[in-house]
Write a protein that binds this ligand. Structure first.
Ligand code: PDD
Length: 282
C-alpha cells in the first residue's frame, strides 16, 4: 500500500511524525473526517464530501481552513504524478492542540491531514456478498452528531467486533427506537416487494454519499424508492439487502442473523444499482 500524507499542507515523508500527541482529534475525538475515492485520479463527488465535512465542522464549532480545497487538489495532483490510480483520500480536520480538560482553546489552530492510500483492485461484484448481524450497539438518532462523520468511531468498532464474534462479516445497527439505522461504516438498503427502501436521517444514519448516488441511480432507472423507517424484521423478510459506502461501494448482504435473504444470492435490483453506480463513477 502506498500512503501519501500532508499535515497542514506539508508533505510528510515519514508518517510517524507530524501530528501532536496533544491534538484534540487524538485525545478527544474532537474533529471530523471524510473518506472519498479517487477513480483513475479523479475524486468522486468531491463537492458532496466537502459539504458534509463543513456541516460536521459547523456542528462542532470548527472552522474549515480555506486551504482545504487547494490542499486536496495538490494531494490529488501529486498522487496522479506518482502513479496512484484507484485510491482512498481521507481528510481529517481536528481542533488542534488542547490543554487537559474539555474546554477548547480560545484560539484554535486546527490540524488538517490529507492522506491518500492506494487501493487494491476491488473484489468482482457478485463475490462481494457478505453476511451481517444486527448487533446490540445502537445509533443515537437524538444526537446531532449521528449525522456527522466525527472521529469518534468506537461505537462502530465495537459493533463490528460483536458481529465478527458472532461469525458475521459486518454489523447492522438499530437506532434507539429500534428501527434499522445503518451498517458499521455503511448505509443499508432493502428491496421489499419491488421497492427500494432505505432509512431516513431521522433514524440516526450518516447521510452517505454512495447512498445518495444509489438513490439517483434508482430514480433514473424508474425503480420505486421509499425513504422510511424500517423494522428489523423487514430485513429478514426482504428480497434483497445491500450496504453502500465509499470504500465498499455496493455490497450485497445474503444473510442477516443467520437467516438467508431470499435465495441467498445477490438480487437483480442490487445488480442494477451496482451497474448504474459503476457507470456513474466512470
Ligand atoms: N464511512 N455510515 C457510516 C457510519 C459510515 O462510516 C459510512 C462511510 C457511511 C457511508 O457513507 P459514504 O457513502 O459517504 O461513504 C455510512 C467511510 C467509508 C469510512 O468509514 O471511511
Amino acid at each position: 500500500v502506498t500512503a501519501l500524507v500532508w499535515v497542514n499542507g506539508r508533505r510528510q515523508r515519514r508518517t510517524e511524525r507530524g501530528v501532536s500527541p496533544l491534538d484534540r482529534g487524538f485525545t478527544l475525538g474532537d474533529g471530523v473526517f471524510e473518506t472519498l475515492r479517487l477513480y483513475a485520479g479523479a475524486a468522486f463527488r468531491l463537492e458532496a464530501h466537502l459539504r458534509r465535512l463543513a456541516r460536521g465542522a459547523s456542528v462542532l464549532g470548527l472552522e474549515v481552513p480555506a486551504s482545504l480545497g487547494p490542499d486536496i487538489a495538490r494531494a490529488v495532483a501529486a498522487a496522479t504524478r506518482e502513479g496512484v490510480g484507484d485510491a482512498a483520500l481521507r481528510v481529517t480536520l481536528t481542533r488542534g492542540i488542547g490543554a487537559p480538560g474539555l474546554a477548547p482553546p480560545a484560539v484554535a489552530h486546527p490540524t488538517l491531514v490529507v492522506a491518500i492510500h492506494s487501493l487494491d483492485a476491488p473484489t468482482p461484484w457478485p463475490e462481494r456478498a457478505i453476511t451481517a448481524r444486527i448487533v446490540s450497539v445502537r445509533r443515537n438518532e437524538h444526537s446531532p452528531l449521528s449525522s456527522c462523520k466525527t472521529l469518534a468511531f468506537t461505537d462502530s468498532v465495537v459493533a463490528l467486533a460483536e458481529a465478527r464474534a458472532a461469525g458475521a462479516e459486518d454489523a447492522i445497527l438499530l437506532d434507539a427506537a429500534g428501527h434499522v439505522s445503518e451498517g458499521s461504516a455503511s448505509n443499508v438498503f432493502v428491496v421489499s416487494d419491488d421497492t427500494l427502501v432505505t432509512p431516513p436521517e431521522s433514524c440516526g444514519i450518516l447521510p452517505g454519499i454512495t447512498r445518495a448516488a444509489v438513490l439517483d441511480v434508482a430514480a433514473s432507472r424508474g425503480i420505486a424508492i421509499e425513504v422510511r423507517a424500517l423494522e428489523p424484521e423487514e430485513l429478514l423478510l426482504a428480497r434483497e439487502v445491500f450496504l453502500t459506502s465509499t470504500l465498499r461501494e455496493i455490497t450485497p448482504v445474503v444473510r442477516v442473523d443467520g437467516t438467508r435473504i431470499a435465495s441467498g444470492e445477490p438480487g437483480p435490483v442490487t445488480a442494477a444499482c451496482a451497474e448504474g453506480f459503476a457507470r456513474l463513477r466512470g
